[in-house]
Design a protein around this ligand. Structure first.
Ligand code: SF4
Length: 401
């Protein structure tokens, strides 16, 4: 073995993308397909080829996190994962304390399936609940009910999962007048009839989430993305930015009151249950990414795979995009990813990792936001204030050259 191979720092985080779903949600622009289950078998054969090919170049990989996302990974039979985990165990070392997450959807799994996943070492579930209101779930075309979500959390616990996260979306639309017709204040906003999810309705979803006694919650405001059903047939009366911001601030207040630490813009957890995998992204660490449309970051190069399913199956080795990250871009990425964490960026660690004094390099921009109270420097950490978080996208853009 050559000296350089000893010195190579290999990433310890791995992402695998599974692009199959039961149906397509109206807001979803992820690379996922509802009617292509006949491709599952060749897809997994291609995935194995890709894993084998790239891990040939990496010796001594010890994985600390594995994240199987999608799509809906749980629409795929357990046997395929058994195969993949066997291969991963042959090609790498999976740390004894690794955090191994799989995304699942309510109603798409049963006790035996979850028990089997647990037997592979999968120890964290991220469940796409989105709402506890069946009317809203129907409008966004989710393939499950609120009851399914509650049931799925119950059987997941029974199957031995102690680390459970759920995703929720706020700012959802509903049928015009549906809530207003109820004729009570519960669904009215400042006395006006409306046709979108109210903050009261959202708070009810949060209450139900809290009653499930889980340890991680991710919350996202609805965005109308390109290439989605909602972009073709936009729902009426999506809550405006101001209401979305109010709901977001209320979410922080409620979850913090219930012992959830707001550790990232969209993520909350009980003590010790931060997503280690996602934190690696926010800390700008390198990681392996495999599967259709997967992104990765290796040896200073960001890459992504093709988004074309047939093309991927024919040639899973070919990268669709590769970009050596410049020194400037590295700093910018470290800043806009690091500022997503509520603990922000430690200026000392930044200097050690990138050899640059963040205050010298970005004095003008940082000075401006400190003056506006959109950023704060506390105990060596530069972070966004709550108002800064509300304007985070513009602040991040300011750091880009
Ligand atoms: S289940 Fe997830 S990946 Fe699949 S269509 Fe819905 S949001 Fe997209």
């Amino acid at each position: 073995m050559q000296k350089s191979e000893f010195l190579r720092i290999t990433p310890d985080n791995l992402y695998i993308h599974i692009p199959f779903c039961k149906s397509k949600c109206h807001y979803c622009n992820f690379i996922s397909f509802a009617n292509k289950n006949e491709f599952i078998e060749p897809y997994f054969a291609a995935l194995k080829k890709e894993l084998e090919h790239y891990f040939k170049n990496y010796t001594g990989v010890k994985l600390e996190t594995i994240y199987i996302g999608g799509g809906t990974p749980s629409v795929v039979d357990f046997a395929f994962y058994k195969d993949i985990f066997k291969l991963l165990a042959d090609l790498t070392e999976i740390s004894k304390n690794a955090e191994i997450t799989m995304e699942i959807n309510p109603g798409a799994v049963n006790f035996n399936y979850l028990k089997n996943l647990r037997s592979l070492g999968i120890n964290r579930l991220s469940i796409g609940v989105q709402s506890f209101d069946d009317r809203l779930l129907k409008i966004i075309n989710r393939a499950h009910s609120a009851k399914d979500a509650v049931e799925t959390v119950k059987i997941a616990k029974k199957a031995g999962f102690e680390n459970i996260s759920i995703d929720l979306i706020y700012g959802l639309p509903c049928e015009a007048g549906a809530y207003a017709q109820k004729g009570n204040d519960e669904f009215s906003l400042q006395g006006r009839a409306h046709s979108f999810q109210t903050s009261e309705n959202w708070e009810e979803s949060l209450k139900q989430a809290l009653s499930l006694d889980i340890n991680h919650i991710s919350t996202y405001g609805l965005k109308i993305e390109e290439n989605t059903e909602f972009s073709v047939n936009p729902p009426e009366n999506i809550p405006d930015d101001e209401l979305q911001s109010q709901i977001y601030l209320k979410t922080i207040e409620i979850l913090e009151k219930n012992n959830f630490n707001h550790y990232e813009i969209s993520n909350f957890c009980k003590s010790g249950f931060e997503s280690r995998h996602n934190k690696a992204y926010w800390q700008n660490k390198e990681y392996f990414g495999f599967g259709l449309a997967a992104h990765g970051y290796l040896e200073g190069t960001r890459y992504s795979n093709t988004e074309n399913l047939e093309k991927y199956i024919i040639n899973p080795i070919e990268r669709a995009f590769e970009n050596k990250v410049s020194e400037t871009a590295k700093l910018e990425e470290a800043i806009f990813l690091g500022l997503r964490l509520t603990n922000g960026i430690n200026s000392q660690e930044f200097k050690i990792k990138y050899g640059v004094d963040i205050f010298q390099q970005y004095s003008k921009i940082i000075g401006k936001y400190l003056n506006y109270d959109l950023m704060v420097y506390e105990n060596g950490n530069l972070k966004l204030t709550k108002n800064g978080i509300l304007l985070s996208n513009s602040i991040f853009a300011d750091f880009l050259e």
